[in-house]
Design a protein around this ligand. Structure first.
Ligand code: FEO
Length: 183
């Protein structure tokens, strides 16, 4: 008896997204190692923590594919891109990676809608919300640089930024959670 509840197209797309999340983890890992080697321990700490978060995303998809009775296909992960050459470029690239991932998530949502696979559509809503948070987190990094005037980043400003990121929480408040009393 066939107990596979995912279409071949959806299963392939979910497996591809699982690999994409694994790749995101490797990118954060690679950038974290670069930041550490440049003396930015706080930035590195933030990125190492985020590498773990991406791995958690990968695991969620793996578990979903299994729970729907389909086949998980663990494949090779493309190598991370070259190291950034500055903190500014590092943060810009992180934002670009997150937008790219959001687009991949949206494609899966659209596909599940077309196929009327409501279980997958529902599952993917978690990722839609998560990507809003991930993009906000990346935008916040860029905002912090703006405040310190990125074109003339001096040692002191970078030192404070680095120290700040050591303790920056991994999560941001989503718009849905905001109230007038607690903006
Ligand atoms: Fe799993 Fe940063 O998206």
């Amino acid at each position: 008896m066939n107990t596979d509840r995912l279409s071949k197209t959806i299963a392939a797309a979910l497996n591809a997204q699982m690999t994409k999340e694994a790749q995101a983890s490797q990118i954060y890992l690679s950038y974290a190692a670069w930041a550490e080697s440049q003396g930015f321990g706080g930035v590195a700490n933030f990125l190492f923590r985020h590498a773990q978060e991406e791995r958690n995303h990968m695991m969620k998809i793996l578990e979903y594919i299994l729970k729907r009775g389909a086949k998980v296909q663990v494949t090779a992960i493309p190598a991370p891109p070259e190291n950034p050459t500055s903190i500014k470029i590092c943060f810009e690239k992180i934002f670009e990676h997150e937008v790219d991932n959001t687009n991949a998530v949206y494609k899966l949502v659209k596909m599940s809608l077309t196929e009327e696979d409501w279980a997958t559509w529902n599952f993917m809503q978690w990722f839609v919300k998560e990507q809003v948070e991930e993009e906000t987190l990346a935008m916040n990094l860029l905002d912090k640089l703006k405040i310190t005037d990125s074109e003339k980043l001096n040692g002191n400003a970078l030192y404070v930024l680095d120290r700040d990121l050591e303790t920056t929480p991994d999560e941001v408040t989503s718009a849905q959670e905001v109230t007038a009393d607690n903006p």
